[in-house]
Design a protein around this ligand. Structure first.
Ligand SMILES: Nc1ncnc2c1ncn2[C@@H]1O[C@H](COP(=O)(O)OP(=O)(O)OP(=O)(O)O)[C@@H](O)[C@H]1O
Length: 327
C-alpha cells in the first residue's frame, strides 16, 4: 500500500524509478527520477529516440510504466488521471484532427467532448485560444489544408481552451518556421508568467536555452542531468579566446595558469578555462586575471574574451558525444 505523504506538493511532475520496456524488449526509459518544480518552464532535452515521448506518454497515463511511479500535480498517475488530467493541457505527437472540419470547428468539437468544459463559454474560449496561437485568420480553413505548423498551433489551442496548471508539450515547435517558433516560445513565456508550469520536450538546445528555466538531459533512456539551465551550462567550462601576434608566448602563459586544450589558429589562441577545484580555498581564476597575466608577461593582447559555456557544451561534456539534431 502506498503511504500518503506530502511528497510532490511543490513539484508539478515527479517520477521515481520510472521505467518502460516495450514488448519487443526495447528499454526506452530507464529508472527515471524527474523533478519538475511548479512554476518552472522545464525543458526535457534529448536526441531523437532518447525516450522523451515514452516518458510523456507515461506521465499522461497513455501507457503503463513497466516499473516505477509518476506523479502529476502531486497525484499518482495513472490512478488519479480523472481528477488530474483536466488540470493539465497536453500537446503530444501531433494532435488528432478532423481533416474535413475547420480549425475552429475542430476546437468546438474537442471542447464539446470534454465533460469538464462549460458549454456556455465555449465559443469565446475557442476564439481566445485561436487568437492566442495566431490562428484566428486561418480558423475558417479546413484542417486538412493546414501546414504542419498550423496543426501544431491548433493542438496547442486545444490545450489552452481551459486554464491549466500544467502544460505538457511534446516538441511544440516541430514543423514551425523560425517566425512561428519565436511566437510559440513567447507564448510559452507568457503562460509561465501567468503561473502555468510548462514541461516541454525538445531536441533543440537553443530552444531550451531561450525559454526554459530548468532542464533535464536524456540520452538513451537515461537521465544524465537535471537542474536550472544556468546550473547545467555552468557545469561545463567556458572557452577563452585571445587574439595576439604572440601566440606561442600566450600559450605558455595560459598553460601556466591552468588553461587546457590550447589551440593556435594564426593569431587566435583558444583554450578551456580551468574549472575551480572542489576545495573551498581554490579561488576561481577570473578571465580578467588571465588577461592581466598575459599583459604582465609582455604578450600583446589585441582581443580577449571568454565565451560563455552553453547548454550544448554541457551536453557534449555530459554525454561525450555531439548533439544529434537530425529528424
Ligand atoms: N511502441 C513502441 N514499441 C517499441 N519500441 C518503441 C515504441 N515507441 C518507442 N520505441 C523505442 O523506444 C525508444 C525511445 O523512443 P521515444 O519515442 O520515447 O524517444 P524520443 O526521445 O521521444 O524520440 P523522438 O523525438 O524521435 O520521438 C526508441 O528506441 C524507440 O525506437
Amino acid at each position: 500500500m502506498e503511504q500518503r505523504s506530502t511528497e510532490g506538493n511543490d513539484t508539478a511532475v515527479e517520477t521515481r524509478g520510472l521505467t518502460k520496456r516495450y514488448r519487443g524488449g526495447q528499454l526506452a526509459v530507464d529508472a527515471l527520477d524527474l523533478s519538475v518544480p511548479r512554476g518552472s518552464v522545464f525543458g526535457f532535452l534529448g536526441p531523437n529516440g532518447s525516450g522523451k515521448t515514452t516518458t510523456i506518454r507515461m506521465l499522461m497515463g497513455l501507457i503503463e510504466p513497466t516499473s516505477g511511479r509518476a506523479r502529476l500535480l502531486g497525484e499518482p498517475m495513472p490512478r488519479a488521471a480523472r481528477s488530474v488530467l483536466p488540470r493539465v493541457g497536453a500537446l503530444i505527437e501531433g494532435p488528432a484532427l478532423y481533416p474535413f472540419l475547420t480549425g475552429r470547428d475542430n476546437l468546438l468539437r474537442y471542447d464539446a467532448a470534454d465533460p469538464t468544459a462549460d458549454p456556455r463559454t465555449r465559443v469565446p474560449r475557442v476564439e481566445a485560444a485561436l487568437n492566442r496561437v495566431g490562428l484566428a485568420a486561418a480558423a475558417g480553413k479546413k484542417a486538412r489544408a493546414y501546414s504542419l505548423g498550423m496543426k501544431q498551433r491548433l493542438g496547442l489551442a486545444a490545450a489552452l481552451l481551459q486554464p491549466r496548471e500544467l502544460l505538457v508539450l511534446d516538441e511544440p515547435t516541430n514543423g514551425l518556421d523560425p517566425q512561428g517558433m519565436r511566437e510559440i516560445r513567447s507564448l510559452v513565456r507568457e503562460l509561465a508568467e501567468e503561473g502555468t508550469t510548462v514541461f516541454l520536450s525538445s531536441h533543440l538546445l537553443d530552444e531550451i536555452e531561450q525559454v526554459c528555466t530548468h532542464a533535464a538531459v536524456m540520452a538513451q533512456g537515461r537521465l544524465i542531468a537535471q537542474g536550472t539551465v544556468a546550473e547545467l551550462a555552468a557545469g561545463s567550462r567556458g572557452r577563452l579566446v585571445v587574439t595576439t601576434p604572440d601566440p606561442a608566448d600566450a600559450v605558455r602563459i595560459l598553460k601556466e595558469h591552468g588553461v587546457t586544450d590550447l589551440v593556435i589558429l594564426d593569431e587566435r589562441v583558444s583554450g578551456e578555462l580551468p574549472v575551480p577545484g572542489p576545495g573551498a580555498d581554490d579561488a576561481p581564476l577570473e578571465p580578467a586575471d588571465l588577461n592581466a597575466a598575459l599583459v604582465r608577461a609582455g604578450v600583446r593582447v589585441r582581443a580577449f574574451g571568454a565565451e560563455r559555456a552553453s547548454l550544448e557544451d554541457a551536453f557534449v561534456a555530459l554525454t561525450g558525444e555531439g548533439f544529434d539534431v537530425a529528424g
